[in-house]
Every structure is written in structure tokens, then in C-alpha cells.
Design a binder for this molecule. Sequence first.
Ligand code: C5P
Length: 236
Amino acid sequence: MAKDVIIACDMPDRESVMGFLGRFGGEQPWVKIGMELFYAEGPSIVREIKERGFHIFLDLKLCDIPNTVRGAMRSLRGLGADIINLHAFGTADMMRAAIEGLTDEHGERKTKLIAVTILTSTSEETLHREVLIERPLAEACIAYAGNAKAAGLDGVVCSPLESPVIHERCGEGFLTVTPGVRFAGGEKGDQVRVTTPAKARELGSDYIVMGRPITGAADPVEAWRRARAEFLGGNA
Ligand code: C5P
């Protein structure tokens, strides 16, 4: 899949997201649908956005026993999402079960599956004290990416800063989908470690996820074009 910019549509309902996407005219960017919109509107919102030609990353971060996740992925399979994710924390058995659920009766899997390693909202201190993982956070992230790769997943969600080491350990073809991206000089919001789209390109990110710098811009279509031009360089 070609590299691209994914717009995080963290919006509460169908009306807001359709109004937003309507501004793109004939252009069809990648859209990230998360729990907020999915739980408000149900699976039909995914089908509707897909039918309009947008590419979809369905960010539902599943984590449960393998049998439940297999069934959940089977239910999600027909919605037409291009990428779905889960938590690597759920173990390799759960990740393999997820792949089975996404695979159809002809042995085909049309949806890429990627794993969240350790949430960026978890600090090193919390990881040790509450989650009781004693290894350094960066090491745990890389180990989780390795588990995802071994289970047959297509990539991980990570910081652009982690893309180089993950590509080195898991291969260049292993996708790194990276949030925490901001325009130079822009507002950081609640993101702590941020990189620009151009820096994410240099670091080898496959997809960058940008929400508020695009959705909150005075001209979102212009902001999206700018993000693509910076991230894709001459290939936008
Ligand atoms: O608005 P902003 O660009 O910060 O949006 C980033 C998106 O990526 C949000 O939907 C957020 O939930 C998601 N995300 C993140 N960091 C992670 C995983 C997901 O910011 N580690």
C-alpha cells in the first residue's frame, strides 16, 4: 500500500463527519474512525464512508480472549475497512485468532491488521508501577512489535521516532502507522513527543495519522494537502 496521510476523524456523530468529509469534493483521503464515532453510529458509518470512496483505518483497539476477538473480527470483516487494529498486549494467540476472523471462506484477507504496542499515554513509571512490566518502555514496545510480526500482523501503531528501529527489527515491509504529528510551529495539544510530516517521512513512517491539525484548521482540505505534500515529498 502506498504511503499516505490518515485523518483522525475524532467526531461525535454522523452529521459532523459527513459534513467534514463533504468539504473534500471529489478527493478521497484516508479516514480514521475511532471508538467515539463507531459506538455512537454503529457499523453502518463505516460502510457509508467506504461507499463514498474513502480509505478507512478502523481504530477500535480490540483486546479480549482469542475466541471473542476472532468472532469480533469476523463481524467487522464485511465492513470494508482497509486497516483494523488491536492491542498487542492481548498476546500472540489473540493476534492469530484475529487474523483467522478477518480471513474469509476463500482464505483471503482484504483488511490489514496492525497492533497498538504500548499506548503513548502510559508513562515509563506507570508501566513499571501499575502494569508491572519491568523492562524499559522502548524495549517493551519493540518486543510487542516483534510479537505482532511473529503472529503474522501487517504492522504496528507507534511513534514516528520508533519507526526506524521497528523497521530494522521487523522488516521494511512491516507497516508503521504513526500519530503524534504536527506542522512545524503548530499547536501540540496533548501530544508530548511530536514530529513534523517531513520528519516522519525521513524516519520511514508508512502512514501518518493527523487529527486536530487538519480537522481543526480553518481550511481542512488545504491542511490535508499540505500534510501530504510534506509527508510524500515529490510523490504527493
Ligand atoms: O488530533 P491528533 O493529531 O492528536 O490525533 C491523533 C489520533 O491518533 C487520535 O485519534 C489519537 O487517539 C490517536 N492515537 C495517538 N497516539 C497513540 C495511538 C493513537 O494519538 N499512541
